[in-house]
Design a protein around this ligand. Structure first.
Ligand code: F3S
Length: 379
């Protein structure tokens, strides 16, 4: 793998031990994936930073880092709302350790925007190279924006943040972004069904990039849900929607085709004690829709997740939602926080939450549309 003189120097330790180790990680990754060289990235997103995921060894490693990020770096949701963790039922010990993780990341210069929708804050452009790591953010960046990022692990994302580089392989190379299979969707989908479609098709396509042919034009939020579902049950970092996503007409049509005639709605339980919306984190437009649907007090716990960035921009909408008794939490989500573990049956409108809540928290899950979720909370 070709390295510039400056990269060689970094690898020899000229910029300190943390940068040397970071460069070592990137070069090792590059060799595994036969990258020809390193390329510069515009931004980084670091995931896997909930104390629930990385525990004490993770804290010690993060606190040992002694360098500053070289490109804008955001962080994925943590295990709690950093201001309202008590309200969520998070223990003091968990909160203390989670704050140590966040302080270590702030010390290296990462921005404490704890979200899986970094594209609402950083807004990359088509063709930008990134080193992002949360699967729904990665698939959105590649597919809906046309930026280029592999799905980084926690250490490789941090290595990219501290060097501003990533090895050139996978999604950074145009030919690897071509669709492998046409998925003909013979249905007119409602918004929440994009999420279900992703959940269903992810497993079937595996690591092949699908080119969807849809009846009707999905919104950006529909594609956010579709991507999150796809990336949770499948391993893919990209999809195309014919005539909608920016690279959908740049490649030859694949020969393989599958047809979707109907969607199954898997129901793990009937009577939810928690309704959780916001996986991935909600946009301002989605929050406005929820505030309009909430026309009376909620009778069940309704937790809504978004980024602090989005929350702070629409205080009136948030106030109206919370007047109903619902809670709008930031910095975290129903999957990465241990707060949901005390419930038995959770209702969601997200294919990704449907996939992970049973696996990670042992919860039973009911799936419904946004409207049905809000209605269930007010019942
Ligand atoms: Fe985001 Fe959490 Fe879902 S990180 S995509 S809200 S699992």
């Amino acid at each position: 793998m070709y390295l510039t003189l400056d990269e060689e120097r970094a690898l020899e330790g000229e910029y300190g031990e943390t940068v040397r180790k970071s460069m070592e990680i990137l070069v090792a990754l590059g060799k595994i994936y036969s990258a020809d060289r390193l390329i510069e990235v515009e931004s980084v997103q670091i995931s896997g930073i909930s104390y629930r995921n990385i525990g004490d060894p993770g804290i010690e490693w993060l606190e040992s880092l002694n360098a500053r990020v070289r490109v804008p770096t955001l962080i994925n949701p943590a295990g709690m709302d950093i201001h309202r963790w008590q309200d969520m039922g998070i223990t003091e010990e968990f909160a203390r350790k989670q704050m140590r993780i966040l302080n270590a990341l702030k010390k290296i210069g990462a921005k404490p925007e704890l979200t899986c929708t970094p594209y609402y804050i950083l807004k990359p452009s088509k063709g930008d190279h990134l080193a992002w790591s949360e699967s729904s953010a990665v698939i959105y960046a590649n597919s809906v924006i046309g930026a280029r990022t592999n799905r980084e692990g926690g250490p490789s994302a941090i290595a990219s943040a501290l060097t501003g580089k990533t090895p050139r392989y996978g999604m950074h190379i145009r030919e690897n972004r071509a669709p492998d299979v046409i998925v003909d969707v013979n249905l007119k989908l409602k918004s929440h069904e994009y999420s279900l479609l992703g959940y269903m098709i992810g497993e079937e396509v595996g690591d092949r990039i699908p080119l969807f042919i849809m009846k009707g034009r999905p919104s950006e939020e529909d594609m956010k849900s579709l991507g999150a579902g796809l990336a949770s049950t499948g391993g893919i970092p990209m999809f195309h929607v014919k005539d909608v996503t920016p690279e959908s007409n740049e490649f030859d049509m694949p020969k393989e085709r599958m047809v979707v005639e109907n969607l199954e709605n898997p129901q793990g339980c009937e009577d939810p004690d928690l309704i959780a919306i916001g996986c991935p984190h909600l946009s301002g437009r989605e929050l406005k829709k929820i505030s309009n649907l909430l026309n009376r007090k909620v009778k069940k716990e309704l937790w809504i997740f978004t980024s602090r960035y989005v929350r702070n921009r629409i205080p009136e909408v948030i106030r109206k939602i919370e007047m109903s008794g619902a809670r709008v939490y930031t910095d975290t989500c129903m999957v990465v926080s241990p707060a949901t573990e005390r419930f038995g049956c959770v209702m969601v409108n997200s294919g990704k939450a449907l996939c992970y809540l049973p696996k990670l928290s042992g919860l039973r899950v009911k799936f419904g549309s946004l409207e049905e979720c809000v209605e269930e909370a007010m019942k």
